[in-house]
Design a binder for this molecule. Structure first.
Ligand code: TTP
Ligand code: MG
Length: 351
């Protein structure tokens, strides 16, 4: 019997839920947080009431408006989302320091040797009572299954996957739900007639290896519900960044530089507030034909200075193959974050 020891917690419709908490008028209504419906922005998230109409994250706001004209569209207010995120993080820390945050609203906890189910329930209750938001919680014996569990009965879910349940779930689990399986791998698996986790185990391992190389072994392990990855703390804030989709495509490099300067100022301020330093700067450019490029540069000495960040970004912009093409979106991201007094280099996580 494998012990339940990993918790995955993911807030429900996070940005929209914060808005509904703070403004009772919005409760029970379709709420869309993100770009304005008359802009070229995208949806950050939608309340579950809006999701019924087919609205989802990353969809153009305009499309969201067509699907659900009655929705209330709101611009994001990161201050309030970060505050809620910090409160949630503080509640998690009551139970363990082994916390791996994946984003503002999502984290793994390792509670080996303790009552994982009891801790999961307490987390949910304390977040509801103290932060006024609902979380979906999954409890299992590894990260893959704990994440699957938190998603199982969303929103406001609480799902425990023990070995028996894992066997039942894996028998019919679509391959897409396996960790790291994206559209391409899914397509390849489907072309081999494999649609479920259990299906992977029915295929000869040599055949799988021929198609998937070293990934084959990992797929087989995941299909058996095995995942050895540890919960890795100290990975919060892998990167921060800003980006904008223009109302009208921009062809003027001076304008692009001005925007990067503004981003650098904002990011520098955020870094100072959080007491972080960074080593890597990345710019992202999406052209009018949607082709998207990213360019990165790193420096040895960590910095939080706007002028340094801007100069690095400007160099990248000048060297980018802009040609005569117009730019639809420009973004600036800083990563390789260093916490003062803890000079470890964190994993790079680019766009
Ligand atoms: P998610 O946890 O993916 O989504 P969610 O919390 O809104 O909804 P649920 O978990 O119930 O399915 O992302 C957390 C927040 O991150 C989300 O509220 C808004 C933000 N976000 C974006 O800004 N853009 C995106 O494309 C996604 C997926 C999320
Ligand atoms: Mg969420």
């Amino acid at each position: 019997m494998v012990a339940l020891r990993i918790i995955h917690l993911d807030m429900d419709a996070f940005f929209a839920a914060v808005e509904q908490r703070d403004n009772p008028v919005l409760r029970g209504k379709p709420v869309v947080v993100g770009g304005r419906p008359d802009s070229r922005g995208v949806v950050s998230t939608a309340s579950y009431e809006a999701r019924k109409f087919g609205v989802h994250s990353a969809m153009p706001s305009r499309e969201a408006y067509h699907l659900c004209p009655g929705a209330i569209f709101l611009p994001p207010d990161f201050e309030r989302y970060s505050r809620a995120s910090r409160q949630i993080r503080a509640i998690m820390r009551r139970y363990t320091d082994l916390i791996e945050p994946l984003s503002l609203d999502e984290a793994f906890l390792d509670v080996t040797g303790r009552d994982a189910v009891g801790i999961g329930r307490s987390l949910k209750r304390e977040i509801r009572e103290e932060v006024g938001l609902t979380a979906s919680v999954g409890v299992s014996y590894n990260k893959f299954l704990a994440k699957l569990a938190s998603d199982w009965e969303k929103p406001d879910g609480f799902t425990v996957i023990d070995e028996g349940r894992a066997a039942t779930i894996l028998a019919d689990l679509p391959v897409r739900k396996l960790w790291g399986v994206g559209p391409k791998t899914e397509e390849l698996l489907h072309s081999l007639g494999i649609t479920t986790a259990a299906g992977i185990l029915r295929v000869d391992a040599g055949v799988l290896a021929r198609f998937f190389g070293r990934r084959a072994e990992e797929l087989i392990l995941l299909a058996r519900g095995i995942d050895g990855r540890p919960v890795e703390p100290h990975q919060e804030a892998k990167s921060i960044g800003e980006e904008t989709t223009f109302e009208v495509d921009e062809g003027d490099i001076t304008q692009l530089k001005n925007i990067l300067r503004q981003y650098a100022d904002n990011l520098s301020e955020r870094l100072r507030r959080e007491h972080f330093l960074i080593r890597t700067v990345t710019i992202k450019i999406r052209f009018d034909d949607f082709k998207t490029i990213t360019r990165s540069v790193s420096r040895r000495d960590p910095t939080d200075r706007a002028r340094v960040i801007y100069t690095m970004a400007e160099d990248l912009l000048v060297q980018a193959p802009l040609g005569r093409r117009k730019v639809r979106l420009i973004g600036l991201q800083v990563s390789n974050i260093v916490h003062p007094g803890e000079p470890v280099q964190l994993t790079l996580n680019l766009f």
